[in-house]
Design a protein around this ligand. Sequence first.
Ligand SMILES: Nc1nc2c(ncn2[C@@H]2O[C@H](COP(=O)(O)OP(=O)(O)OP(=O)(O)O)[C@@H](O)[C@H]2O)c(=O)[nH]1
Ligand SMILES: [Mg+2]
Length: 777
Amino acid sequence: MLEHGVCYGQAVTSTEVQQQDTTRVQIGGPFLPITPLQRGRGICGPWIPDDGEIVTHTVSKAGKMSQFLWTSKVVLVHLGVTSVIAHIKVGQMHAALESKVLVVSAQVCGDDICELEENCLTCPADCGVCPMATSIKLAIGLPVALICTGFVLTVVWLQYQKQKMFWDESWIINYNNIIFGKIFVVFTGKACYMGFCSTTSLQPAKSNSSISRATDVTVCTVVNTNFKPGFIQPGIYDGRTVAVKHIQKKHFTLSKTIRKEVKEVRELDHPNLAKFIGGSIEVPYICIITEYCPKGSLADVLLNEDIPINWGFRLSFATDIARGMAYLHQHKIFHGRLHSRNCVVDDRWVCKISDYGLMAYRKEDSEVLSSTFHCGDLCRIYSAPEVLLGNTNTNTAAADVYSYSIVLVEIATRSDLISQSQTEPVKLDIMWRPPLPELNVGKADSDCPNQVEYCELIKKCWSHNVTTRPTFEQVKKMLDKMNPHKVSPVDMMMNLMEKYSKHLEAIVAERTQDLLQEKQKTDRLLYSTSRVLFHSSFIHQIKSPKMTGHAVCYLNQWLMILDKDAQRRHKVTLVLLYISGNDIVGFTQLSGSSTPHQVVDFLNKLYTTFDDIIDNYDVYKVETIGDAYMVVSGVPNENGINHAGEIASMALDLISVCHAFKIPHKPTTQLKIRAGIHSGPVVAGVVGTKMPRYCLFGDTVNTASRMESTSEALKIQCSESTADLLHTLGGYVLVCRGTLNVKGKGEMTTWWLETKRSPTELLHEEEPQKGPVPVSN
Ligand SMILES: Nc1nc2c(ncn2[C@@H]2O[C@H](COP(=O)(O)OP(=O)(O)OP(=O)(O)O)[C@@H](O)[C@H]2O)c(=O)[nH]1
Ligand SMILES: [Mg+2]
């Protein structure tokens, strides 16, 4: 059984192990490769034969670990649970120790041996790095290739676009497609503004072009003498308003230079640049079409004293120009003609640079190529000294900065330096500078927030030393520093408008107060007048909330309201009282024998007494004409059949008061009045606009009048219809007068109204009266 021994002394190499197809196992501690019967090499056993029998044997020697030969370890080649039996011989004593161990495969990555179980993925250290899979190669290579191709294509495309843009002629506008309105020019004494008339008058341009254009040129030449040969005309192109700048050229060639210029300006896009839209190249309608800014040029805005421009606005304009110019310079475009008329203000109060670039395109026949400003000598004030001296190219960044300094002065002073220069030839001196603005410093809106820095900026910008002039980027920063809490122009405008509206509100409140006071006065007047003219219920009606919207003070509206009343017929009772001096002498005689003053005094006293009485009844005094006093009941407020009773009771009161009434200037003369009452339908309404009166119309009025005229002094005559109503109401004593031949009416039975029984009298009556009151003839 112990035919195989374990021998020590020499370890095999891994190559050998591989070659010998052995398995290395380790049961703790250093391992030994096991090879079957390598006796020749001094190493033997233990080994496990193929039959699976687990047999091993070793001879142990005691000793220290360091002495090498102490171990009794057995190296097995069988995986799984196996027994390790150690036969130990100490002297004569033999001992066998068995230990069960689990033998596992030991793969060591990093031993420079690529085991079977190992591969490039699990152990690249031993087996080497796997070659890259084709899919990975594709996954990496494809995007890289795509990116590279994309890049190349983009470059090519950009180049193509550049070339395409260069040759592209879509910007060329057919002049016929521009619709022009009539130009109007507003003189403010200092500046001219141009704008549109109503769009209804718009006509296609060419039809009347020669005349209208000539006129337009004349207008503008007159206004801006010598300043500009061209002019800006607003027009409508492609549905939007555009600024059309005509160029006076007899010939036009779309040269490469012009194509290049156009391409340059078409590529520009900045909120502070008036956008180039296109141009017409058809002689003689050569023009450049740009975005139209409705507020006009900066000069127009600054010189218009009606526009409140606080310092927030001014700095905003200055910043806008600096931004636009910085953008232009960034694109290597130098303006060369920067002045306040080439800065335009849009409807949002944003300042934009106009007339930039396109030097060859806009060059007019009359211009010398080298000249910069169209405005000639007068525009010299904007030209940098080095330009005037001809030392440098006309279009330089520094020259633009110099021009900008003059614009800054204009912004600060709101003055027209060009007009002033006409009277000050000194400005033709290249050393000339406008005086630095004297600005108010303070916290108010109208004050410059930082006068020193603003003037410093101007000085730097117009410095004679070109190199010390700031760039527009620096100018922007300086302005930002000056105006740290800047607000957008629209917000500023809103603030201004808010202030303005508050101011307006105060004015409106004041005016409203005045109006209210006036209204109160009118109401008072109206009340007092209407008390005379109308029944109080009308006034109430008119002033009721229902009538809101009808201006109380407008009499015509009253008439409308009251006229509606006329559409109805009312059942009313009317009394007409007529004054007669005595049986023989009527009112005419009475007034004939009295002074007018006495008559007025007398009537006033009488009617005041009457008016006091009628207040106690549901009646409405229709009118008093001379000696006639007409009262009605049943209108405007209907009251069933009570109108007869109300009028009857009132008439009795009036007659009784007449008994005691003393005519002031004839105290001994008994006042005698006649009264006649009739009930029937009337139409009520207000007629006329002058002294409008609530009048009653209808036969009832005539009949009542007949009742009065056929009545007797201090008596009340009633028609049959009134008598019937009074009988129905009860309590009235009526005596039938008999039959009367009434003019226009024929035979009429009439009644005298004698008295009215008091409630107590009525109670004491043993038998209540049935039917009509007993009548005594
Ligand atoms: N409302 C409005 N007015 C403009 C516009 N552009 C120019 N203007 C006005 O038209 C006037 C004439 O403009 P231009 O023909 O360009 O002449 P200029 O600007 O004075 O001078 P150059 O441009 O240097 O030739 C300007 O002074 C402005 O008052 C605009 O877009 N809108
Ligand atoms: Mg211009």
